[in-house]
Write a protein that binds this ligand. Structure first.
Ligand code: IFM
Length: 450
């Protein structure tokens, strides 16, 4: 709303008026998904169970008792979904490859039928003029590897590099970018320490060991990607967010610094500096991970890009995270704070001289969308996207090298421990009929991109 006293446009006005022409030439706009959240076809063409199939079958793990067994049935509906992506007018689509489809035993023989699917997707995107961006690990570890300890087992890092090589060998330079891992904080801390994600254990030492082996897997996979797809970009995706102190009290400041260590620096520092943050290492004491000679040299391999998934900031007090008074939140209960995206970008540039170009690989919001006839009115999502794009533009204009933005998500999908109860899509999915319907936010994105 314009400030009538001064007639100065507010940040929300500026955001609402944005178009892609405000961004640097060549800036890439896309939408993103992941395999387990949309594909379904859990038992087809040689796919083996993943840790998420096992986890979903355990009572009480998923709030609506559902699973990704059918999800959006994208495995069968991929052609119409690619048409939908093209109709949005995006430049790029970020999707992930399911390891259990490609190497069903986790390690060993490659299943050509699994690779065929991702080859069809890649070629289908290129035929529609949309860039394919691939993520190799978005949490669907083959269950058979979990039987041997999952990511707490160092061998999993080597298995991941072998699987990555198989994908890069088949898809090669047709893929514009390969990200090794999506959000290793989630596949370590949320999965092995907090227990909210598969495999659902609660053990801090296990989580730190898993995090180290995930990063090692990244370091081992990068040369494999470069060998098979030398013209593609290769990098990693982290979920990051400012962790701000709830007050000036020393105990809150300390807690915020510790949260920043666990959430952000534990991943950024090894990747971009070749070392774990000393203060956080001291904090975790005997739970520190088993780092072998040479690991950190492998992990600090240069990246062509850093993918950043931004959803919110943390406001941290000595007692834990707090919600600032008057904060507006999404259906996940996450504070809506676009300024945090600008702050994060500026901080990355200031703190990490080795920072590669950045892509925002996920940004979006869940709201309780309802269909009315053929429309889904979701003004809060449109506002979320436009204000975050505005925040990103501010960082770009302040000199941060940001190359692209992917909205999460193309369509409503299986939101992990929340099942189908949280809708993040720009496209509405009717799970009874599998009908797809562009929400108002999708129409807005389409107009923004024109
Ligand atoms: O749905 C997830 C996605 O799989 C990873 N990043 C966060 C999203 C929203 O929770």
């Amino acid at each position: 709303m314009t400030n009538t006293l001064t007639d100065t446009p507010t940040p929300a006005d500026r955001a609402a008026a944005l178009t892609r022409r405000d961004f640097p030439a060549g800036f890439v706009f896309g939408v993103a998904t992941s395999s387990y959240q949309i594909e379904g076809a859990a038992h087809e063409d040689g796919r083996s169970p993943s840790i998420w199939d096992v986890f979903c079958a355990q009572p009480g793990r998923i709030s609506d008792g559902s699973s990704g067994a059918v999800a959006c049935d994208h495995y069968h509906r991929w052609e119409q979904d690619l048409d939908l992506i093209a109709a949005l007018g995006v430049d790029a689509y970020r999707f992930s490859v399911a390891w259990p489809r490609v190497v069903p035993a986790g390690r060993g023989p490659v299943n050509p039928a699994g690779l065929d699917f991702y080859e069809r997707l890649t070629d289908g995107l290129l035929a529609r003029g949309v860039q394919p961006h691939v993520t190799l690990y978005h949490w669907d570890l083959p269950a058979t590897l979990q039987d041997q300890g999952g990511w707490t087992n160092r061998d999993t890092a080597y298995a991941f590099a072998e699987y990555s090589a198989a994908v890069a060998e088949r898809l090669g330079n047709r893929v514009v970018s390969y990200a090794t891992l999506n959000e290793p904080w989630c596949s370590s801390v949320l999965s092995y320490e907090i227990g909210e994600h598969a495999p659902g254990t609660r053990d801090r030492a296990a989580a730190l060991s898993a995090a180290h082996h995930l990063l090692l897997g990244h370091g081992l996979a990068m040369p494999e990607i470069r060998r098979h797809a030398p013209q593609s970009q290769a990098g990693i995706v982290l979920n990051l967010g400012p962790q701000e102190s709830a007050s000036d009290r020393p105990e809150d400041i300390l807690a915020a610094r510790q949260a920043d260590g666990r959430f952000n620096r534990w991943f950024l520092d090894p990747l971009l500096r070749g070392e774990y943050p000393a203060d956080t290492w001291a904090d975790v004491g005997a739970d520190a991970p088993p780092v072998q000679d040479g690991d950190l040299e492998l992990i600090r391999v240069p990246n062509d890009f850093l993918g950043v998934n931004y959803y919110s900031r943390g406001v941290i007090g000595a007692q834990g995270g707090v919600l600032p008074e008057g904060a507006s939140v999404t259906d996940m209960g996450w504070e809506i704070h676009p300024q945090g995206l600008t702050d994060l970008m500026l901080r990355l540039k200031a703190d990490y001289p080795a920072l590669p170009p950045i892509y925002i690989t996920e940004n979006g919001a869940a709201f309780a969308d309802e269909r009315s006839g053929d429309r889904v009115h979701d003004p809060r999502r449109t506002e979320f996207l436009s204000t975050h794009l505005n925040a990103l533009l501010n960082a770009s204009q302040a000199g941060v090298d940001i190359r692209g933005y992917f909205a999460w998500s193309l369509m409503d999908n299986f939101e992990w421990a929340y099942g189908y109860q949280k809708r993040f899509g720009l496209v509405y999915v009717d799970y009874t009929t599998q009908e797809r319907l562009l929400k108002d936010s999708a129409l807005w994105y389409q107009a923004f991109l024109k």
